[in-house]
Ligand binder design. Structure first.
Ligand code: F6R
Length: 369
């Protein structure tokens, strides 16, 4: 049942190209319009939206953080992301023109469900993204887009996360389309790139051997830090979460610019720092900034592992080790850069003798608040 792999997690990592392709299939009609599964909202309702809140927990929350960058850029609608467990306790400002996007693989996470109910009480519209057809969160939502990851057995989410990203991009593009697009060219270019993503994810997976070797070398460390900027920041958080849950190791993700405001004091000689490096093309300012962050941590003795675009010579010069991913538009890069971090966590945890599919203290679906 593990399809020749040692763990379900390994199997599910390898299923990611297919899962993302399945999630995109049939969702873009002949005229290039995005089609949601269930919509109890009119196009006018979507046009009236003036604010988006994304609510989710854990890995799904990280998918939400990436989505904020995409939605604001493509639609110019203000978008906030909030942990579902915090959302309703702070009395957020919600009304009929607010769209709440709830992301939940299981569709049953109690904190997310409670956030959805609170949003509905306040008359907000709710769109959910879930991997489980007919689960409670989609049933209570005004619109639904299902991810098609198939059943995810390993407790640590991998293919569900990548399909959430794919579905979230579709939602962002749908919002942009329904509201009339200022960036029509950009949206169709992004759609083309999205359709090309599964092939690139497969390429990342083929190249994971050096990541495994790197992970084993880090197994003696008592902490690993992850840094990123822009959409690389949520990827850093996700890399750290995977490592915490699988290896029971102190791992933290930081917005790279925040390092000098405190966390840089964690760095000792040999501390591994995984840096998510954006493409050197286009937004090169972002690239320059993270290269200087790499220099800052190296000066304090860190061992830097850079996840960068293939052919990024500058990252190769500054980092101790590079993991290359195929070129991709900045906003879509998390579909690629998250994958080596999943493998890194799984391999490091394996070196420490952990139970990869069933980490201690964790359950696949958290149905208590
Ligand atoms: C981490 C992980 C969890 C879930 C979280 C939300 O690998 O799997 O953090 O992402 O419990 O679960 P769902 O998406 O089912 O609401």
């Amino acid at each position: 049942e593990k399809g020749g792999f040692d763990t379900f997690m390994a199997k599910e990592i390898h299923e990611q190209p297919q899962a993302v392709a399945d999630t995109l299939r049939g969702r873009i009609d002949e005229s290039g319009q995005i089609v949601l599964d269930e919509v109890r909202m009119s196009d006018q309702d979507f046009r009236d939206i003036d604010k988006v809140f994304i609510v989710a927990c854990g890995t799904s929350y990280h998918a939400g953080l990436v989505t904020k960058y995409a939605i604001e850029h493509w639609t110019r609608i203000p978008c906030e992301v909030e942990l579902a467990s915090e959302f309703r306790y702070r009395d957020p400002v919600l009304d009929r023109s607010t769209l709440v996007v709830a992301i939940s693989q299981s569709g049953e996470t109690m904190d997310t469900l409670m956030a959805v109910r609170h949003a509905k009480d306040q008359k907000a519209r709710v769109l959910s993204i879930s991997n489980t057809v007919g689960s409670t969160i989609p049933r209570e939502s005004d619109a639904v887009l299902y991810t098609r990851a198939g059943i995810e057995v390993a407790v640590a989410s991998t293919k569900a996360f990548l399909t959430q990203l794919a579905a979230c991009y579709l939602v962002g593009l749908h919002l942009a389309q329904v509201r009339g697009i200022k960036y029509a060219d950009e949206v169709s270019a992004v759609l083309d790139e999205l359709v090309a993503a599964p092939g690139k994810i497969a390429k990342v997976i083929e190249g994971l051997d050096p990541v495994r070797q790197m992970a084993r070398e880090c197994a003696g460390q008592d902490r690993v830090l992850f840094i990123g900027r822009h959409v690389g920041y949520p990827v850093a958080l996700e890399g750290a979460l995977k490592l915490k849950e699988l290896a029971y190791l102190h791992a933290e993700g930081f917005a790279a610019g925040e390092l000098k405001h405190g966390p840089i004091s964690l760095i000792e000689a040999g501390t591994p720092v995984v840096a998510i490096v954006p493409s050197p093309r286009g937004r090169s300012l972002l690239h320059d900034k993270i290269i200087s962050n790499i220099q800052e941590v190296k000066a304090r003795g860190a061992k830097v592992i850079a996840v960068c675009e293939e052919g990024d010579k500058i990252a190769a010069v500054h980092a101790d080790f590079v993991i290359e991913t195929p070129a991709s538009p900045t906003l879509l890069a998390p579909l690629l850069t998250a994958v080596p971090l999943q493998e890194f966590a799984a391999e490091l945890a394996t070196a420490l003798g952990r139970d990869i599919d069933q980490p201690r203290n964790l359950a696949k679906s958290v149905t208590v608040e």
